[in-house]
Design a protein around this ligand. Structure first.
Ligand SMILES: Nc1nc2c(ncn2[C@@H]2O[C@H](COP(=O)(O)OP(=O)(O)O)[C@@H](O)[C@H]2O)c(=O)[nH]1
Ligand SMILES: [Mg+2]
Length: 278
């Protein structure tokens, strides 16, 4: 018996491979063959043509093999592990994907660690990764939590477009100790989310099931002067409204939150469980 794989994903995987490195070699090989046919005569030309054709053939073969879908994995077998984003598709039964997005230092990775109740020892997030998070439900439900670098917009786009649910992490200040609600930080959030929405509109992806807007670091902003707090609350409300009116999701909800308050983290986990089940 061969291992079970999602063979119908092979054509797309092959196309992606051909568009990638092996494709470049393939095109290069073909160009080499054609170019040398036209330009060089004699044994050198023939040698180059053969070399070019062999290079093209080898890269097509390489892409065909690399495109073989990975073996299907049971969620229990990969619980509490991180994997590349694409590998989530080889989990069976399929998992809902929750992408945590926001600019750098908003608290995305900390949220994922707190939900996971463990450190993933990834100090500054560099790459996209998917973490298989078991929720405390009966029967057990798993969700793939996608995290990426807040500094690399293309990574934020990629996780947002593939997600079923989006968790938007807002904060009042990029610091992890200051109370002050800073306008430049709010402007960064607004600009960031504008870009994400434009991207989602452009890529015309599937409708999100849920957008969760977290007003993170409340352990800090709750200590800011009343007027600043109000300003932050109005800003977050406005953001939630923009997502709602853009019709991106079945539901948009907004919550005060702190990664430093265990009850808040437990509430987020419970909210996720409710949404994944429905
Ligand atoms: N005070 C406070 N600090 C937080 C909170 N969430 C995250 N941080 C801190 O903010 C910094 C950036 O967090 P990180 O999760 O790496 O942000 P990311 O870039 O969005 O992944 C770290 O020093 C965290 O400890 C929070 O709710 N309260
Ligand atoms: Mg991070």
């Amino acid at each position: 018996m061969g291992a079970s794989r999602r063979w119908r994903t092979w054509p797309k995987r092959f196309k992606d491979e051909v568009n990638g490195i092996s494709g470049v070699a393939g095109i290069g090989g073909t160009a080499m063959a054609v170019g040398s046919w036209a330009l060089v005569t004699g044994p050198v030309g023939v040698g180059l043509v053969i070399g070019g054709l062999v290079l093209s053939g080898v890269s097509v073969a390489y892409a065909s093999i690399k495109a073989i879908p990975p073996q299907l994995l049971r969620p229990e077998a990969v619980a509490h592990t991180s994997m590349p984003q694409g590998d989530v598709d080889s989990i069976d039964p399929p998992l809902s994907k929750l992408a945590i997005i926001g600019p750098s230092k908003a608290g995305k990775t900390t949220l994922r660690e707190r939900l996971a109740i463990q450190r993933t020892n990834d100090l500054r997030t560099q790459n996209i990764s998917a973490y298989v998070l078991p929720l405390s439900t009966q029967p057990q439900i798993f969700v793939a939590v996608l995290d990426a670098s807040g500094e690399v917009l293309s990574q934020q786009f990629r996780i947002a477009e593939s997600a079923d649910m989006l968790c938007i992490v807002l904060d009042h200040n990029e610091s992890d100790t200051e109370f002050e609600v800073r306008d430049d930080r709010l402007a960064d959030h607004a600009k960031f989310l504008d870009q994400v929405r434009s991207h989602l509109r452009e890529c015309n992806g599937k409708r999100l099931q849920w957008v969760l807007v977290l007003k993170n670091k409340r352990d800090l902003w709750e200590a800011a002067p009343a007027q600043q707090r109000q300003h932050f609350a109005d800003f977050c409300l406005e953001q939630a409204k923009t997502w709602r009116s853009g019709n991106f999701a079945d539901a948009v909800t907004e919550h005060a939150h702190s990664n430093e308050i265990p009850n808040d983290v437990a509430d987020v986990a419970a909210l996720i469980a409710t949404r994944v089940r429905s």
